[in-house]
Design a protein around this ligand. Structure first.
Ligand code: NAP
Length: 245
């Protein structure tokens, strides 16, 4: 803790060890911003390796063990952050998976697997970090959702967007947006900024390496993580502006 910048804000990024989460961690922990990143990783060795590479570049970051599908892992992360920092300023619910194509699993198993991370995991992490977020002077919570979770875009039945047939992933992101709105509504009167975003179609393991850069994807997430007191809350957006629900 002594090596983190004085007055640094503490930010937790779930699924920070690779892909968009790593790019978010890198951008937000740049020394010009004044944030210390807790890089969440369900495999602490992968997290340590990612954190070490950022530290070598001068970023303020440390790995913490966090598996969204295991309550004891979430509780341990809360206890660690509580005992070390006593508060959390920013929570970025980034970790996410898609099991639509896992044909070896039954439909129920595929739904359970995806929802366990994208919906239940994000909701439980947020709920369990509420006491530490409450200790922050300006809590910010960002849910990394997807435009595939938009009911409006899906409802244009003849559009190419509607034809992307991943119902488990899509419905999990629609549910995530509702979880986000629950917290936005609850804490709006306390000045919290709670928002969801679509990072854009991005080249990561999730997309088999197709799409744009992770640095570009991180921009909208970081924008929402550093919102000022006059910033929006309860919104769903991409870098170009608002998305339809
Ligand atoms: N890529 C896109 O085009 C795109 C578009 C829209 C939205 N998104 C969203 O962006 C977010 C990041 O996705 P990505 O593209 O960067 O995918 P990715 O490269 O596959 O990274 C996913 C991250 O989530 C972690 N994760 C998976 N299961 C977890 C669990 N049970 N507990 C904790 N962490 C877990 C992974 O850890 P491991 O390394 O241990 O697997 C990894 O760090 C996701 O929420 C995704 O839905 C992505």
């Amino acid at each position: 803790m002594s090596s983190i910048p004085q007055h640094a804000k503490i930010a937790l990024v779930t699924g920070g060890n690779k892909g968009i989460g790593l790019a978010i961690s890198k951008s937000l922990s740049h020394k010009s911003r004044g944030y210390h990143i807790l890089l969440g990783s369900r495999d602490i060795q992968r997290g340590d390796a990612a954190a070490s590479s950022l530290k070598r570049e001068g970023h303020s970051v440390e790995a913490i063990s966090l598996d969204l599908s295991v309550d004891s892992s979430i509780i341990a992360a809360v206890e660690l952050v509580s005992s070390t920092y006593g508060r959390l300023d920013v929570l970025i619910n980034n970790a996410g998976i898609s099991s639509d194509d896992e044909v070896d699993l039954s439909l129920r198993e595929r739904f359970e697997k995806t929802y366990n991370v994208n919906v239940f995991g994000a909701a439980v992490v947020t709920e369990m970090f509420i006491p530490l977020l409450s200790k922050s002077a300006a809590p910010r919570v960002v849910f990394v959702s997807s435009n595939l979770g938009s009911l409006t875009l899906k409802s244009h039945l003849h559009s190419p967007m509607s034809g992307v047939a991943v119902p488990i992933y899509r419905s999990s992101k629609a549910a995530m947006n509702m979880v986000m709105l629950h917290y936005a509504h609850l804490y709006e009167k306390h000045g919290w900024k709670v928002n969801a975003c679509h990072p854009g179609f991005t080249s990561t393991d999730l997309t088999g390496g197709r799409g744009g850069s992770v640095d570009e994807a991180a921009k909208v997430v970081v924008k929402l993580a550093v919102l000022g007191d006059d910033g929006e809350t309860g919104t769903f957006s991409e870098i170009r502006g608002r998305l339809p629900w």
